[in-house]
Each structure stands twice: as C-alpha cells, then as structure tokens.
Design a protein around this ligand. Structure first.
Ligand SMILES: [Zn+2]
Length: 331
C-alpha cells in the first residue's frame, strides 16, 4: 500500500507513484478517467457527462465510480496503481489539493478533492490545473517531446495554457500561472467571461467567442465555431471575416507570448484547432513576421499530439513528473 502522503501538484512527494496512475479529469461537461503508465500509454479511457448541476458530492461520487471502472477495464491490478492524478480547471490550490472556485463548476468552493480521492482510493493523490496538466502531457508524451522550452494553449470553450521552461513545468506561486488565454489583445475590447476583464485572447478565439462574434456579424443564431470554420472554407464572406478576426487575435496573442518566452515550440490543442491548417498556417505566418527577431523564427507552431485523451494523460504526467523531481532532489 502506498503511503497516504499528499502528492502536491507543486512538485514533490511522488516517490510512491508506482508503474501506473489512475488519472481523473473533471470538466464542466465531461468527466474522464483512465489508467496511464509511465510511458504515457492509456490502458483504459472512459468518458461520461458531468452532472455539475447536482453539486460536488454527486459529481465526485460519479467520478470515483468512473475511476473504479477505468481500473477494471484496464486489466491493470490495483496493486500496480501507485497514485491518483486529478486535472481540473482553476482557480485551484495545487499544493493543497483544493478546488478553490473552478469557473466551470459553479458552487464548488474549497473542495478538498485530493484528500477526498486519497480517502476513496487509499493512495496519494495530486491535483493540477487541467491546462497545465495538458501542457505536461504534450511535453512528456506528445508534440513537445525533445523540447526544453514549450508553450501550450488549449482553445476550446475557453482558452487555457501551460508553459514549460528549461524542461520544467512553470506553475507560478500557487499553481495558477500560465493563464495564456487571458493575455490582452485589445484593452478596450470584448468582455472576457473567464476573468471579467476586457480584450483577452479568450474573448476572441474560444469556440464560444467565435460563435458569438459570428452571430453579431449576422450569421444565424446558434451557429457553432466549427460551422463558422466550414463556412469560411466555402468562402462565405461573413464567416471569412469572423475567421480572419480569429486568426488575427490568435496571432496577436501568440506574438506577445512568443516574445515573452522565446519558446522552441508552441503547441495548440482543443476543439477549435480541429480546423487544422486553416487556423495554423496563417497564424504561423503572422507570428513569424511579427514576433521580434530571432524569437519569431525560432518558434515552431504545431497542432497538439494527444487528442481527447490529453486531460487524462496530463493528470498522470503530473504524478510521474513529481516523482522524477523528487527522485532528482534526493539525488
Ligand atoms: Zn480574461
């Protein structure tokens, strides 16, 4: 049995991680669970809707049940599961394992989710911001393998981010750093639902914002970001103007981010990036031209490698990364 010591997301205590991690991902619309090994392979992967309207107790009961099924499906023995990794949107206290007040989970205030998981599964548990965890997953197992300085953005309902500096995940003082979606691209600009300020990158390029801007531009009510992208591919003028504004905002935000970090690699994931080169090619070109030399030329901009399992693989990557950091500290 693993010791019940807390595995802080903030980088320690994972010496008992073992060969496999039960990885859990708490999203606003979906819960996911899987068993992941140290090479990033998923031995099981289960997803179900999250009934967030029922509150934390009911949702966590669903999550624990999904986790048990994920272990059963994986064929991996419980004795080989060393720890539990949990990814969730912030704000959260990674070191303390507490969900402070996640924006996508109304009414969840100060939920000690890591301690509850430890009690439920009798193993150490680590909590991490889901976008930070996804960045760790892409760095260890996905598009970022072999890099040292990498920036990750997930562009879906909102926009999240994560930063790897000199091979280490950057977390900030309390684990809420790397909020790249809230880089300002227009300080007089659109209201940002995520943080309440104006003109954040998220307020232009999230799927929600693309759809909103499309309706404002005169496209039909209820149009989705995916439909806007498809209409732009067909050359429809309204959609083209909305899509070009999306590219412009993303290039603007990414140029600032590239100037700030001079990453070797920018990895873009999330639902909006399913539009592929329709988004990436013009963004790549504009960032290359506009970023300060030589940072702009140095940064490759690529699509994420891990697809819809990134949340679960990320929750496990946090545990394996913490175990390595602890081993390195022990020498
Ligand atoms: Zn914002």
């Amino acid at each position: 049995m693993a010791s019940p010591t807390r595995l802080p997301g903030a980088g320690g205590g994972a010496g008992t991680a073992g060969a496999h991690v039960l990885a859990l991902d708490i999203g606003g619309t979906k819960l996911a669970a899987g068993v992941v090994d140290a090479d990033g392979r998923t031995h099981s992967f289960l997803v179900e809707p999250s009934r967030t309207e029922l509150g934390p107790d009911a949702v966590l009961a669903d999550l624990w049940e999904l986790g048990r099924r994920a272990v059963a499906d994986s064929g991996v023995a419980w004795t080989a599961i060393g720890a539990v990794g949990i990814g969730c949107g912030g704000p959260l206290d990674a070191a303390g394992g507490v969900l402070v007040a996640p924006a996508h989970l109304p009414g969840w205030v100060d939920v000690p989710v890591a301690a509850l998981a430890e009690r439920e599964f009798e193993r150490p548990a680590a909590l991490e911001n889901d976008a930070t965890a996804a960045a760790a997953a892409e760095f260890r197992y996905g598009a970022g393998v072999g890099t040292r300085n990498m920036v990750y953005l997930t562009i879906s309902t909102g926009v999240g981010g994560g930063v790897v500096i000199e091979g280490r995940l950057y977390r900030g003082a309390t684990g809420n750093g790397g909020e790249l979606g809230h880089v300002t691209v227009d300080w007089h600009g659109r209201h940002c639902r995520g943080c309440g300020r104006r003109g954040c990158l998220e307020a232009y390029v999230s799927g929600t914002s693309i759809a909103e801007r499309a309706v404002e531009a005169g496209m039909e009510d209820g149009v989705t970001a995916e439909q806007v992208a498809a209409a732009a591919r067909r050359g429809e003028p309204l959609a083209l103007s909305v899509w070009d504004e999306t590219i412009e905002a993303l290039a603007c935000g990414l140029t600032s981010i590239v100037n700030l970090f001079e990453p070797e690699l920018v990895v873009l994931g999330g639902g909006v990036t399913r539009s592929g080169e329709q988004l990436l090619a013009p963004v790549r070109e504009r960032v290359r031209v506009r970023a300060m030399a030589p940072a702009g030329a140095a940064a490759r901009i690529v699509a994420a490698g891990l697809g819809d399992r990134v949340g679960v693989v990320g929750a496990a990557a946090i545990v394996f990364g913490a175990a390595e950091a602890e081993a390195a500290e022990r020498g």
